[in-house]
Design a binder for this molecule. Structure first.
Ligand code: SF4
Length: 460
């Protein structure tokens, strides 16, 4: 095992081909390991903030709210209240005497000023410590203002980012089932786990429309409170980012009997398979849907495939590393890189489950390193060891790549270019090509040393 991996984390790293597959995961980050994970509050904010007509109020010190949504890529086709960052800005006096009055005053003022369809109140660490009764303040404000005011129990210390996802799903579940479901087509679904980064949900909704399917609620990219309230009227939940929204799908199945399927809109096979799986679900009600879906896929591929070939010529044999929030994305990325003639040699996630990692291990090539809840030291060491040409990650992985003189593709919430759908695959190929083939690497010492450009493991 690589010496950068701390003793206590050895069971969260596995190299394909070395012994039987076994990975520890879904546990709290090791103190001192400097995890790439964000806190519980951040997990719930990631899921809920794209609901564009809701008020999002962070109950806590101003620092918790400092990383505003505006730098992220979740677009709205209408209201943009989600881009505003509101905080109760708790100070020393509030910590001593309690922050409930300040919370009520902030909610009252903000609801009057912005007329949101609902308000989400995020509890941060200090609120959990001082014991503010956020639930009761929200209940009173909801009665006074006539809109749902929903507490999100997301105190940062109470677990890892996955707890934040669960808190967000619980908060949304308070809305589901409260709206009027008349007029919803029997051929209808909710899109769960897509955040409309760079307008991606509009691409997916476009395919669904061509197939004859109505989308009831986007959960949560370009999301609307009223749509989520009537989401129980849809015939199917299609869950993409399962880490963040599978809890909601499970709760809806239990409470309303809504079935769900898993999907991925990244890469060619997974995008096509997701559309075919949706068509399969509805084919008894509408036998023509299968042919319409085939038409959509055929049309899109006839445009995409000739263009991909030109990028593959240069990228053949290059090596990629992937480190993402939820593992679902990694499956699709491995397949997408294969279409470009590239090999994934390092793959990991912040919040993967046992089932996710088993699936990853089943599709990864021999020698590929799989990591759970990794940190910059480990990632840097494996990037060097595996001779990586491009690192795919988010805002926290970008500096690791550039410091090592390696290309980078942003696949996280900050991305400004759509990477989902068939047209997203073309954008992905262009991004990968432009960073891997950039002439800048000729002038940048790779991995801190002046080694020649190329692929494959190198001597230190
Ligand atoms: S860990 Fe606590 S204090 Fe830090 S950002 Fe998260 S909620 Fe705020």
């Amino acid at each position: 095992m690589n010496s950068a991996v701390l003793e206590e984390r050895q069971d969260q790293v596995h190299r394909i081909g070395e012994g039987e597959f076994a990975m520890a995961c879904n546990r709290d980050s090791l103190a001192g390991a400097v995890s790439q994970r964000a806190c519980v509050f951040c997990g719930s904010r990631v899921v809920l903030y794209p609901i564009a007509d809701a008020l999002h109020l962070v109950h806590g010190p101003i620092g918790c709210a400092v990383y505003t949504w505006d730098i992220r890529g979740a677009l709205s086709s209408g209201p943009e209240l989600h881009r505003m960052s509101f905080s109760t800005d708790l100070q020393e006096k509030d910590v001593i005497f309690g922050g409930e009055k300040k919370l009520a005053a902030a909610l009252s003022e903000l609801i009057d000023r912005h007329s949101p369809k609902a308000a989400f109140v995020y509890s941060t660490c200090i609120v959990g410590l001082i014991g503010d009764d956020v639930e009761s303040v929200c209940r009173k404000m909801s009665a006074e203002k006539g809109i749902p005011v929903i507490p999100v129990q997301s105190e940062g210390f109470k677990g890892n980012k996955r707890e934040g996802y669960a808190a967000a799903c619980k908060a949304m579940m308070r809305l589901v089932g409260t709206g009027d479901i008349s007029g919803i087509s029997p051929l209808s679904l909710n899109i769960l786990g897509d955040f409309n980064l760079a307008g991606e949900i509009w691409i997916i909704r476009g395919y669904l429309e061509r197939m004859g399917i109505q989308t009831v609620a986007n959960v949560t990219g370009d999301g609307r409170v009223n749509d989520i309230c009537r989401a129980h009227g849809a015939a199917l939940n299609v869950v993409q980012c399962s880490g963040s929204t599978m809890d909601l799908a499970l709760m809806m199945k239990e409470q309303f009997g809504t079935p769900f399927i898993r999907a991925s809109y990244l890469g060619i096979e997974d995008m096509a398979e997701s559309l075919y799986a949706i068509a399969e679900f509805f084919k008894d009600q509408d036998p023509g849907i299968v042919a319409r879906t085939q038409d959509v896929v055929r049309d899109e591929l006839s445009r995409l495939m000739p263009e991909l070939g030109q990028y593959r010529k240069d990228l053949e044999g290059k090596r990629a590393a992937i480190y993402v929030g939820g593992a679902f994305k990694a499956f699709s990325l491995i397949k997408a890189f294969r279409h470009l003639g590239m090999k994934v040699v390092l793959v990991g996630s912040q919040t993967g489950t046992q089932e996710d990692y088993e699936e990853l291990a089943s599709i990864a090539d021999p020698g590929t390193v799989i990591v759970d809840d990794s940190n910059p030291l480990e990632l840097s060491a494996f990037i060097k060891e595996q001779g990586v040409d491009i690192f795919v990650g988010g805002v926290k992985e970008r500096p690791i790549a550039y410091k090592l003189g390696v290309g980078f593709c942003d696949h996280n919430h900050e991305r400004k270019r759509a990477l989902e759908g068939f047209e997203g695959m073309l954008n992905f190929a262009q991004e990968v090509h432009s960073t891997v083939m950039s002439p800048v690497w000729r002038f940048t010492p790779r991995w801190g040393k002046n080694v020649a450009q190329g692929s494959g493991p190198r001597e230190e």
